[in-house]
Write a new protein. Structure first.
Length: 181
């Protein structure tokens, strides 16, 4: 019979082995064994520069052995593709979640399509992004004509924002009606 004496699932694990003879324990042997897990993980196929969006040609699945649970990394290339490298990732390096960030769909200074809904009326216009934004982020956008006119908008797609809920209903009505707030 083999019993684990420690809680660690990987690495050095203490065991207690009970040797049986004719159904009775004749000896108990303490052992320390090295437990490893081999699994396919995402590895940089080539060097990825800081700020670069990761493409399918940049990463691959490679079988690696691990002795610690906190070192496991990503196990699906789809988790890395389309993300942006926070730092340089050298070829052959295990790609981990903390090395990646979502690529902004809107960049500061970019002209964006701003959609506003007021009842059954949908107004689409152009605005200028005041900051970078990722899908779901609430960000500031400014009127193209007057940079003092500013709205909160939610990023809904590449170069697309929708008037956010943080705006007063009065401001939304003015935008929908074509008036300045």
């Amino acid at each position: 019979k083999v019993r684990r004496r420690g809680a660690s699932p990987l690495g050095l694990c203490p065991l207690e082995v009970e040797v049986l003879s004719q159904g009775r324990a004749v000896q108990t042997v303490p052992l320390v064994v090295q437990v490893t897990l081999t699994r396919r993980v995402v590895v940089a196929r080539r060097t990825i520069n800081q700020g670069a969006a990761i493409a399918s040609a940049d990463v691959e699945l490679t079988a690696l052995s691990f002795t610690r649970v906190d070192e496991l990394g990503l196990d699906d290339v789809a988790q890395a593709i389309g993300q942006r490298a926070k730092r340089v990732i050298s070829a052959g390096t295990l790609v981990e979640v903390d090395m990646l960030e979502a690529v902004p769909l809107v960049l500061r200074g970019q002209l964006v399509t701003l959609t506003s809904l007021a009842g059954a009326i949908r107004v689409v216009t152009t605005a200028k992004a005041a900051e970078d934004g990722r899908r779901g982020d609430v960000m500031k956008v400014r009127s193209v004509d007057d940079k003092k006119v500013e709205f909160d908008a939610v990023v809904v797609g590449p170069g697309e924002v929708q008037l956010g809920t943080g705006n007063a209903a009065k401001s939304e009505q003015r935008l929908a009606m074509g008036d300045r707030p």
